[in-house]
Design a protein. Structure first.
Length: 290
């Protein structure tokens, strides 16, 4: 009788895990996208990672608005909008308001393989030119400048202050800067770093609108660094003190007493009793007028 035959290996290959995922690798030569592990393995929403992977796979010039993304995904506008905000906060996504050669203002979206502010071992290349047609995917990291942490942003123990320790009024001023310029989007650490300087400006008597106008006026068309560096430089200037308020009560003009005219008994106001204007002789009216 013939021996039984089996196609099942007698034992697993050496090095093969006994549990968990086992990758079956295939070398791709076309139609593939390279993603960093820091992006696809980040904790949080799976929708955010899916949106990031989809945007990274698109060619330059493809619309990535909320409407366009909702047409591709089954998720609604709320989840898609939240995913874009998370990517923007993490530094993978950047929206710039730029002027086209025709003079129109457009909002352009840049997607980075490495989040803005993360050091690149190969050296940070220059950011893509917004007015020049780009032949490659906008994966360059803008050149960053290390901004020293002000002494006011540190606690007595020497550790950097957190957003919970910052003045809420100063934080409100910093978080609303993006309404004037969408590029002025700050992280929690950056807002905590700048909050003490804004607090000094508020203590000097400046209004939040005045601080906002000072920080957003005359910004360059292209920001080659994170906006925190520019804002920290502008906040180093000594704020002008607010003009002193006049605390003295306003003086009211003296009110003349009321008298009855000796001629017509009509009431009139004058310093002394006598006749009203109509009952005075013409010579007296002329001398009074003179």
């Amino acid at each position: 009788m013939a021996d039984p035959q089996s196609n099942v290996p007698s034992r697993a290959d050496a090095g093969t895990p006994t549990s968990g995922v086992i990758h079956v690798r295939t070398r791709l030569t076309a139609d593939f996208t390279v993603l960093s592990n820091a992006l696809v393995q980040r904790r949080g929403s799976a929708v955010t990672i899916g949106v990031a992977a989809y945007i990274a796979s698109l060619p330059d010039g493809t619309p990535v608005t909320i409407t366009a993304l909702c047409d591709h995904f089954d998720e609604g506008e709320i989840l898609i909008s939240r995913a874009l905000k998370e990517l923007e906060t993490a530094g993978y996504l950047e929206r710039r308001r730029e002027r086209t050669p025709s003079g129109q203002i457009r909002t352009r979206t840049y997607f980075y393989d490495i989040p803005v502010g993360t050091p690149d071992p190969d050296g940070p290349p220059q950011p893509p030119e917004p007015r020049r047609p780009r032949e490659q995917h906008a994966a360059a990291v803008p050149e960053t400048v290390q901004t020293p942490v002000p002494a006011e942003a540190e606690t007595e123990a020497g550790t950097p202050a957190t957003l919970a320790d910052a003045d809420p009024r100063a934080v409100a001023v910093l978080t609303t800067l993006r309404r004037s310029d969408p590029r002025l989007l700050l992280t929690e650490q950056e807002a905590a770093r700048l909050a003490p300087a804004v607090t000094r400006w508020l203590a000097a008597g400046l209004l939040p609108t005045q601080i906002t106008d000072h920080l957003t006026a005359g910004l360059p068309d292209r920001l080659l660094t994170r906006p925190v560096g520019i804002l920290a430089h502008r906040l180093k200037e000594t704020p002008l003190p607010a003009p002193a308020r006049n605390t003295e009560p306003a003086r009211r003009p003296a009110v003349l007493p009321m008298w009855n005219c000796d001629g017509c008994d009509r009431g009139f106001r004058a310093a002394e009793p006598g006749r009203c204007r109509d009952c005075r002789p013409s010579e007296e009216r002329l001398s009074t007028a003179a």
